[in-house]
Write a protein that binds this ligand. Structure first.
Ligand SMILES: [Zn+2]
Length: 82
């Protein structure tokens, strides 16, 4: 049941826990250095515009706070789980 697991990962990201969460994924340094990009639009992701984090295969992808990017990821993921 990967779907449940993935949902839990996404919901784990709340502002207060974000640093700890990113640190546990090994992404915090990259975020601070602005090395992380939105997987959809390529915008550099920071604490301010990080919408959510989600697993892609063995790695982790990030989504910025643009509604378009969010919609695309949700649509893609919904399609995949059908
Ligand atoms: Zn984006």
């Amino acid at each position: 049941m990967t779907t449940l697991k993935e949902k839990r990962i996404i919901h784990a990201v709340h502002e207060r826990d974000l640093d700890d969460f990113l640190k546990s994924l090994g992404l915090l340094d990259s975020l601070v250095k602005k090395d992380l990009k939105c997987s959809i639009c390529g915008t550099v992701v920071s604490r301010e515009n990080l919408r959510f984090v989600y697993p892609v295969g063995d790695s982790i992808a990030l989504c910025c706070d643009k509604p378009d990017c969010y919609d695309k990821i949700v649509a893609a993921r919904t399609k995949k789980s059908e």
